[in-house]
Design a protein around this ligand. Structure first.
Ligand code: ATP
Length: 441
């Protein structure tokens, strides 16, 4: 059953509701197939959301690939050879324990019921847990007798292991080095919900760092700190961020250690990204199942070994959602006035600046504003708005987190200056058009 399993129906809370409403109202996130009543666990990004998501991915790529000489990227497929998922253990182990409330018949993941009480009706009576594999299946091939069962990848990182040897053979990389990828993953989640927090189709940003076993400890520590700093720079509210070690009894069977970077959501601490000690598990498994040697020979010492892996694996959609929680503010402006503002990191904001011609019926002003739009849009993403009064335009841009609003007015025609208004302080400054580029950067 894919409908009516959305946890947001039963576990509503204020900030989540507000962010969900704002995301829809302002073109950040829409429920998928809404005109057909929606489909649980699938979301689309609107005109503002797609810009934010692209910026977020660029921000990660810059940090993880562009500015490092020891990490390269790939872009793997969603469907792979089906044996991949046997080797990885997903066919056997990628399951959620599901229980059903005997009173209201809602189903839940066992992990989501820490206090033994049904989140929907409060009953304490459940059916026995049942294992439920969350890989999505489909078929490749058209003729009935030539169809092969395949899976949509349940985690993006597997394609990195598949390409490990190709990367080694086709680049100049030497251990230690990493392979990074941003891409879709699919999980037939039992309880999708809380907007994009747990969806059935989502994107992951993953990096697998291949090391000599003797250096594992050092690199594990390095990536824990590095990834934590990434999120510290991204979020405003540092007190909502923490690094949490997995209890030893909850570790995946192949893992020696694992940490979650958690963000404090409106419903409590939740995983944002995992830093995993995967050891030689993945390359050993794929060597075994494929019959291909995935070991590495050190070009200097001649030593041959299966590299060990430190994984950093986070969710793009989940980070964007947490950013919305982090950025959302309702401010009292006095005199019974208030505003909603998204104080999101300027690098992630969908538009860096909005261009307003003060009036839309004065040709010289509109023309000047268009010139500024064209000039700035060569380097940054800007948006045009000539609808309604300036106050309303400011409110709209505040709600989508645009850091600056530029108004072209009568004075512009006299001295080539514009008003630039800052999203966070709401202060306005007169800036020369020729200085705008520098001012905004
Ligand atoms: P959770 O139990 O919190 O759903 P997980 O421990 O199964 O997540 P991993 O397999 O470690 O998650 O995946 C790495 C990252 O991918 C997570 O930290 C999260 O940001 C993201 N992610 C995982 N599942 C989902 C999902 N269903 N929807 C959105 N993002 C997800």
């Amino acid at each position: 059953m894919i409908y009516n399993l959305d946890m947001s129906n039963t576990q509503k809370n204020d900030l989540l509701e507000k962010v969900t409403a704002l995301a829809k109202r302002r073109g950040i996130i829409y429920p998928n197939s809404e005109i057909y009543g929606g489909i649980g666990g699938f979301y689309d990004y609107g005109p503002v959301g797609v810009e934010m998501k692209n910026n977020l991915k660029k921000y990660w790529w810059k940090e993880m690939v562009d500015t490092r000489e020891d990490v390269v990227g790939i872009d793997g497929t969603i469907i792979t050879h089906p044996k991949v998922w046997e080797a990885s253990g997903h066919i056997e182990n990628f399951s959620d324990e599901v229980i059903e409330c005997k009173k209201c018949h809602q189903r839940f993941r066992l992990d989501d019921i820490p206090d033994g009480k049904c989140p929907n009706c409060g009953s304490k009576e459940f059916t026995e847990p049942r294992s439920y594999n969350i890989l999505f299946e489909t078929e490749v091939g058209v003729l009935e007798d030539a169809k092969t069962k395949v899976y949509l990848r349940g985690e993006a990182c597997q394609t990195i292991y598949l390409d490990f040897k190709n990367v080694l053979d086709s680049t100049r990389m030497q251990i230690p080095f990493g392979i990074a990828q941003i891409g879709k993953a699919f999980r037939n989640e039992v309880t999708p919900g809380r907007l994009t927090f747990r969806s059935r189709e989502f994107e992951q940003w993953d990096m697998q760092f291949f090391v000599h076993p003797d250096d594992m400890e050092k690199w594990f520590e390095y990536w824990k700190e590095k990834r934590m700093n990434f999120y510290k720079n991204l979020y405003r509210k540092q007190e909502n961020l923490r690094l949490k070690q997995h209890p030893k009894d909850k570790l995946a069977f192949y893992a020696k250690d694992a940490y979650d970077i958690e963000y404090k959501t409106p419903w409590g601490w939740a995983e944002n990204e995992g830093i995993h000690w995967r050891g030689d598990y993945d390359l050993t498994q794929h060597s075994k199942f494929s019959g291909k040697d995935l070991s590495y020979t050190d070009p200097r010492s001649g030593e041959k070994y299966i590299p060990w892996i430190v994984e950093t694996s986070g969710g793009v959609d989940r980070t964007l959602l947490m950013l919305l929680f982090d950025a959302y503010e309702e401010e009292d402006l006095g005199d019974g006035k208030s505003r909603t503002v998204l104080k999101v990191h300027p690098d992630i904001a969908g538009y860096k600046a909005a261009i307003f011609p003060l009036v839309s019926n004065k040709e010289e002003i509109v023309k000047k504003a268009r010139e500024i739009f064209e000039l700035l849009s060569e380097n940054i993403k800007v948006v045009w708005d000539d609808r309604g009064n300036i106050g309303k335009r400011y409110r709209y841009q505040d709600e989508i987190g645009t850091p600056h609003c530029i108004t072209v007015d009568y004075e512009t025609l006299e001295n080539d200056t514009v008003t630039v208004r800052d999203r966070d302080t709401m202060e306005q400054e007169r800036v020369k058009i020729e200085d705008l580029d520098e001012y905004l950067s």
